[in-house]
Design a protein around this ligand. Structure first.
Ligand code: GTP
Length: 384
């Protein structure tokens, strides 16, 4: 029955040309970038987090630029795609191909899972060993470097940085560990929570002090950082919508009905079964038809309220959790649906670096008067 209804359905292949803001860049994010630049010479690894539901949109070209322009190119990068529990399997295959092409190291994980975090710790220990081998020449018994292994956890707002920092801190300290029993277990021990987490963008406002994880070779040390958004000139309308669905920009920046329409657009390109319980099994390009079904199912009275409710469920990742008939997860980035001959990740990286251009004029640690500081910031924001 559903198949028959879908077979005549043609999804939109282009999203309508709505006007929406193209940046959510804030003053504290600029300060975070200044702090990155300050810390860079003593860092061993940049742990760059991206949301696996939107691997393209949550990629921040600013980190590429910072790493490329570092004076002593010692800092390595490991890309971590979080929220793997909500990642469509097809995206995983794409990630492997893309990163093979660019020769980046990457992994996917659920930042709340002790098992996944333990795997990450093993990778970090391996990186630490490699660093010791390359600097000292050989590995000796549990001896580390004088400053330990220093890691900066960075990424867009709300991708799960603080959650991962808490998990790493917890998993690094756990001495007895049962891999079977620990899958997806939440870090519930509040005493171990060193970083504040939350479902909204911008919870972390300042780069943390060093946080020690475990005692491997004298310890590994983390810095938790505020999420950094994209400058306006490297964003697109679709990117902002994707970021909005992931919670990486303030939820009220874009009209909720437009967000709901984008969600519908993405679902139609993947699986209308993700919403058709609201439309009696019918696939549609009409967002108001879906909102009508949501209003009916929830008792919400207005379209905006229904749109907020629907988008929020997807943003939090709870939309499928309660449904036994889950048709799978949705990618918010439509690039992940394109065949390789229509989309090249490598080209995208290059294109975004060109678009960003020479922008890193922020000099770390400069002391300025309040007035000149505000002027610099607004000029830089203007340039962004
Ligand atoms: N399902 C799922 N949820 C996650 C995962 N990682 C983080 N979250 C949730 O995502 C939300 C944001 O997590 P945070 O750790 O606060 O994100 P952040 O990157 O530190 O955010 P900012 O402080 O705004 O930069 C929280 O509600 C977390 O519970 C994950 O791997 N899977």
């Amino acid at each position: 029955m559903l198949k028959r209804l879908y077979s005549s359905f043609v999804p939109r292949h282009k999203f309508p040309d709505y006007t929406i803001p193209l940046s959510d860049f804030k003053g504290h994010q600029l300060r975070a970038i200044q702090r990155f630049n300050q810390l860079l010479p003593q860092l061993n690894l940049l742990l760059e987090l991206r949301d696996s539901r939107a691997p393209i949109s949550t990629r921040n070209v600013i980190f590429d630029d910072i790493l490329m322009n570092q004076k002593s190119p010692n800092t390595k990068r490991l890309i971590v795609y979080t929220k793997s529990d909500q990642c469509p399997p097809a995206t995983l295959m794409k990630l492997k191909r893309w990163h093979d092409e660019t020769e980046d190291h990457f992994m996917t994980l659920d930042a709340r899972s002790v098992r996944d975090t333990k795997n990450l710790i093993r990778v970090l220990q391996w990186e630490y060993d490699e660093l010791i081998k390359s600097t000292v020449g050989e590995l000796s018994n549990n001896e580390g470097l004088p400053l330990g292994f220093r890691i900066l956890v960075a990424g867009m707002p709300n991708v799960g940085k603080s959650t991962l920092v808490n998990s790493l801190r917890y998993a690094g300290d756990v001495k007895t560990y049962n891999p079977q029993g620990s899958i997806h277990s939440n870090i519930s021990n509040k005493r171990r929570k060193v970083a504040k987490t939350g479902g909204q963008a911008g919870v972390t406002r300042k780069t943390s002090e060093c946080i020690r994880i475990g005692d491997y070779r004298g310890g590994m040390y983390l810095y938790d950082t505020p999420g950094v958004s994209l400058p306006g000139r490297v964003t697109t309308r679709e990117k902002m919508l994707s970021l909005s669905l992931c919670g990486c920009i303030k939820s009220n920046l874009v009209d909720p009905i437009i967000q709901a329409d984008y969600l519908l657009y993405a679902m139609n390109l993947q699986t209308p079964a993700a919403y058709d319980h609201y439309t009696r099994g019918v696939a549609t390009n009409d967002v108001y038809r879906v909102l009508k079904g949501i209003k009916h199912a929830t008792g919400i009275r207005d379209d905006t309220g229904a749109a907020i409710h629907w988008v929020d469920k997807w943003r939090q990742g709870s939309a499928f959790a309660k449904s036994s008939k889950s048709p799978g997860h949705i990618s918010f980035d439509v690039e992940t649906l394109l065949e390789d001959r229509y989309f090249s990740y490598k080209d995208l990286v290059k294109r975004e670096l060109d678009l960003l251009g020479p922008w890193t004029t922020v000099t770390a640690g400069q002391k300025k008067s309040k007035h000149s500081r505000m002027a610099t910031n607004s000029n830089q924001l203007f340039n962004l």
